[in-house]
Design a protein around this ligand. Structure first.
Ligand SMILES: C[S@@+](CC[C@H](N)C(=O)[O-])C[C@H]1O[C@@H](n2cnc3c(N)ncnc32)[C@H](O)[C@@H]1O
Length: 364
């Protein structure tokens, strides 16, 4: 059986009855869970809680929303100006999430959540629209296939399901590992595309401490069980940093592995980052001091910040490096007079070894 079929069958089953083997212990904010139907809480196949990164006013995109638990939690946090979009490719999971939509709107006093059918590695293509097209235009020949491809391309360009730069926060709970390895780069590209400049990500997923051998990757059961498709721990961070994300870090790291197989540890983590860089060309009028404890840190562009030295940065860099994502790393010696602009875009990110940040914010 191929990976995609195995994933579809497994999560269709998971939508109708709880699958114990897919469950990972997580502590959620109970005040948010209190509002949710039991069935949604029970059919929870996440490995973290990205809802804690949601801020008021956010447009939130949940990749692989499953039964909708994180979406309905996020809906309680975004407030009246925010909205939440859940994407899933599985009809049964979408039906489960949508089953409670009217009830949840009544309970929360708002209708801020919608669920859409799509692949998270192809966020421009609405699969409901694709199905309608195929009903009208069945593919029976190479000519029909060429027509389908042209229609798909037109959809992606002119009617994207998730438009460019439209999302403040992309979250996901235990789904990226299910995307095939050859589409993982496209997935990271898509996340970058849909985020607004300075937008944030909070991705809870399973990672491995060592490379996963081919024999395990070919095992459809292990793949659909969130094991063999896991990113390797260094590769996960590097994939986002290489795409241009800033402040990429493991905000949560479970020391106890979720599974150990063939000597490989598979554990739950939460990766956070910001979309940047935007502008590093402005005049360097602000100074910042790296507070320590390391001798120096280096940003993604290779610039070093030796401990205790005043380093000149431009306004965009200043706003970014003093934002919540870097909280506590830099001292602003002119803070009595300097004001970070909330709308200033991100600068180059800085990697530090300390990783216990929480509540990562946008630049500014
Ligand atoms: C492990 S479950 C997690 C569900 C949910 N995030 C939660 O916390 O319970 C994985 C979900 O991702 C969906 N999924 C898997 N691969 C996908 C893909 N490439 N595109 C969209 N959804 C996908 C599955 O249908 C399933 O609902």
């Amino acid at each position: 059986m191929n990976i995609e079929t195995s994933v579809r069958q497994r999560y269709s089953k998971g939508a109708s009855e709880r699958q114990e083997s897919l469950c990972c212990p997580i502590s959620y904010d109970n005040s948010l869970l209190d509002q949710l139907p039991d069935e949604i809480i029970e059919k929870d196949y996440g490995c973290g809680d990205p809802s804690r990164y949601v801020q008021e006013g956010d447009v939130v995109l949940d990749l692989g929303s499953g039964g909708g638990k994180i979406c309905y939690m996020a809906a309680q946090l975004v407030g009246s100006r925010g909205q939440v979009i859940g994407i899933d490719a599985n009809d049964d999971m979408l039906a489960l999430a949508r089953k409670y939509q009217a009830d949840m709107s009544a309970r929360l006093g708002c209708d801020r959540v919608r669920f859409m059918k799509g692949y998270i590695q192809d966020l421009a293509l609405d699969l409901d629209a694709l199905e309608s097209y195929l009903k009208e235009n069945p593919v029976r020949s190479q000519h029909d296939y060429a027509g389908l491809r042209a229609w798909e391309n037109n959809q992606r360009i002119n009617h994207p399901m998730i438009p460019d730069a439209s999302v403040d926060l992309v979250i996901s709970n235990c789904v990226l590992n299910l995307v095939s390895d050859h589409e993982k780069q496209q997935l990271v590209d898509e996340i970058f595309r849909v985020l607004k400049p300075g937008g944030r990500i909070a991705i809870s997923d399973i990672i491995s401490d060592k490379p996963v051998p081919a024999a395990m990757k070919q095992d459809a059961e292990l793949w659909s069980g969130c094991i063999s498709g896991a990113f390797q721990e260094t590769e996960f961070l590097q994939s986002f940093a290489a795409r241009g994300f800033q402040a990429v870090c493991y905000d949560k790291w479970e020391s106890e592995p979720w599974r150990v197989m063939n000597g490989i540890e598979f554990r739950a983590v939460t990766l956070t980052a910001l979309k940047g860089p935007i502008d590093t060309t402005g005049q360097q009028r602000h100074s910042l001091i790296y507070a320590g404890p390391f001798a120096q840190v280096m940003d993604e562009s290779g610039r070093s910040y030796p401990r205790g030295e005043r380093i000149l940065v431009n306004a965009a860099e200043h706003a970014c490096l003093t934002s919540a994502a870097y909280r506590g790393v830099f001292i602003d010696p002119d803070s009595h007079s300097a004001t970070a602009s909330a709308s200033t875009p991100c600068c180059s990110s800085t990697s530090t070894t300390g990783n216990s940040k929480s509540d990562n914010g946008c630049c500014g």
